[in-house]
Each structure stands twice: as structure tokens, then as C-alpha cells.
Design a protein around this ligand. Sequence first.
Ligand code: CA
Length: 227
Amino acid sequence: MHTTRVLVVEDEPAIVELVTYSLREAGWGVTSVGSTAAAWDSISHGKPDLLLLDWMLPDQSGLRLLSRLRADRDFRDIPVIMLTAKSMEEDKLAGLDTGADDYVTKPFSPRELLARSRALLRRKSPHLAESVLRAGAVALDPASCTVTIDGNGVEIGNAEYKLLKFLLAHRERVFSRAQLLDKVWGDHAVIEERTVDVHVLRLRKALKGAEGLVRTVRSVGYMLSEK
Ligand code: CA
């Protein structure tokens, strides 16, 4: 399961803490660094899905790092949001000219930052920001890889998460165990058909209270149904 990875380049500890806390709440993986040099080092070791980049940094400006990224074949497509205390129109334009996808002006609310981050990912990496799948009280958020029942987080294993995601995307349709193995686990799976039963059992356990959504269709297989 891929977790959305965000790199925060910011030298003000209070902002780092606030941003890190709210992005982690959303289920995203967050790394933070305090200089452009450390940012380049981090990006070279693993490309983030999203970069939140402060303008004023101790070694170089965030804008310099941005133009370096945009000139690099491997890194030019990283979605970037500039965090800036500058509210001057020409500075915003300079940021956008250099290739920032969006910017937020300090002080910003964590909710605004999260909303803008999601919107940007939806534009640039739809697979990371797919919309929430719902059935009854159950909601699965592919952006954060989390499942909730009536808004409360649910502990769910990787296999059960994938199974639930597939069933939610194909509700009211019956799938045989072999089909589920093929569609959910793919070619790499070396598991027996009855393993599907084990995962369905665990999924129902995880969905306590809403387990009735996952129906057994006798001698055929399983389906997710709200009816
Ligand atoms: Ca700063």
C-alpha cells in the first residue's frame, strides 16, 4: 500500500510541527528538513509525492531550489506548494513563473494547506487523491489509505484494505474466490482460494457493526451490497 509521501522544507520549528501533525493525521507520510541542501539530499534519496517549500530558508531561497528541481529531468514533475510569508503580488507571480503549482501565504490554517495539497494531488497524481469510496457507514479514503465507520478509524490489514477497496469499487456484483484472488492480489499471489475466506472473515471482523455489507453468495463467492 502506497502512502503519500510529503517533504516539508521549512526552517521554522512551530510551522514544521503544525504541518507535520496535520498531514500525518490525514494518513500521509511526512519528512521535514530545514534547508535547501538537506531538501536536495532527501529528494535524491527518494522522490516525494508532494513538496511543501518555504520561501525563506537559511542557505538558499526556496525559489532557487524550485528552479533547480524544474530544470531536472527526474524531479521536474514533483508537485510543489510554496509556503510564503510574502503576500506581495510580484513574489507570488515569481513563484508561479518558476514552476510552483500553488502557494499558501503564512499564516495559513492546516485545513487550508491540506485542502490545497489534496486538490493539487488530484490534478497532478489522481491515483494518490482518488475520491473517498462509501457504502453505508463505511468510508475508505485512498488518499490516506484509511477506513472509517461513522467517522471512527478502523484497524485494517493490508490485504483486507485491498479487498474492501475492490469490493467498494465493484459493489452489487458477485465475485468468485478465484476472481478475487486475480483482481485483488494479482499475478504475484501464491495463495489458495480458501485464503480469500480468511481475509473476508478478517474484513468482516474489522467492519464490526457494518460487516453485513460483505455478503456470502452461496456456492459462488462474495459481494458487497447495501441492499
Ligand atoms: Ca523560513
